[in-house]
Design a protein around this ligand. Sequence first.
Ligand code: C6P
Length: 407
Amino acid sequence: MLTISDQFPLFKEYSADKVLTYLDSAATAQKPLSVIQAEEQYYRQSNANPNRGIYELDLRATEIHETARQKVANFIGAEFPEEIIFTQNTTEAFNLLAYSYGMPFLKEGNTILITVMEHHSNLIPWQRVAKATGAKLVYLYPDENGHFSDEELQSKICDGVKLVSVHHVSNVMGTLSPIAKITELAHQIGAVVALDSAQSIPHMPINVKELDVDFIAFSGHKMYGPMGIGVLYGKKELLEKMPPFMSGGDMIDFVSEQESTYAPLPRKFESGTRNVGAAAGLSAAIDYMQDLGYDKITAHEEELMVYAMNRLTKLPFITIYGTKNPKERFGVISFNVNEVHPHDTATILGNDEVAIRAGHHCAQPLMRFLHLTACCRLSFGVYNTTKDIDTLVESLKTVRRIMGFES
Ligand code: C6P
């Protein structure tokens, strides 16, 4: 088991007299010192508007931005750095995809296929594309454990489907989607596949070649990097034929009064001043994860998941949503304290300095599918230990007591 919380300044600096039990890393991860320092160092030593000036400082800023792009490309096994488009976050990545691929290339008679487990950022943009183009938005439904049957996949990934956009790991159920089967079936019928890796990249290695997906989206802030930077990876031949999303400065080649031509990849999709400080932080986050090694990260998180499931399933007043097999869950456990509103649970835990999330988790169709209005969710990062789970369990017992139950 890793014990590395001292590499994360927030745990020391949060309070002089309180100990934080942070179990909300699926919302955003805490940052190691090296990430904080990389962003600070950029602003102290290299801050300029990249791709504009031809003086030393500007060349430094441009180099930091492009080095980060190359680092992301290597990290996820992309062939070309220009296949990496920097966005603000996963949400912007999906909007880019919806506006630059969905709007121009989909039409009436086409189907967009997603799952009922998607985060709203991989759902609302497709609703808008469907409304604007006349394409149909169709859903894959899982069983109660979050698994999709072969029959469901085979019957829905059929003629007419042009785009399949699915989660890699669900932010509520914690389960892995059957992405190999999905890409195999989708590519057989010429559909493109987009993968939401926001909740997988903090926990498992991602290789775009092995996954054979056409697009991948993720956020820097969930993988120990800063807020304000995310990634859309796309296969070069697809990105090349897509029109720009946002337009304005830096994404152009030649501009006349009525017409413009656009810059080559990746700048066609990166208009306006870029977040170079966040790119520096993201580079440092990738270094941090690589130094730690995914082998250690996955072993640590598996141990935590086994421990947490074991302790939680022994509490008679807890209902867990989705599979109880810890080997099938990554990073998150969604649950409720029986007969207690999830916001009451989260508030009482918060009073004990135990930070979890309660609500619909930006997945309202999934909540309805599970016959819930809301639930609690705990989620792990590399800094959590079994002690955090023990603290949570004690605090859950307090919830029951305060709400007037004996156990
Ligand atoms: N989920 C959670 O607490 P952004 O906000 O753009 O960085 O990430 C959006 C997003 C997309 N897909 C998945 C699977 C996600 O979990 C998230 C973010 C956070 O579950 C905040 S709502």
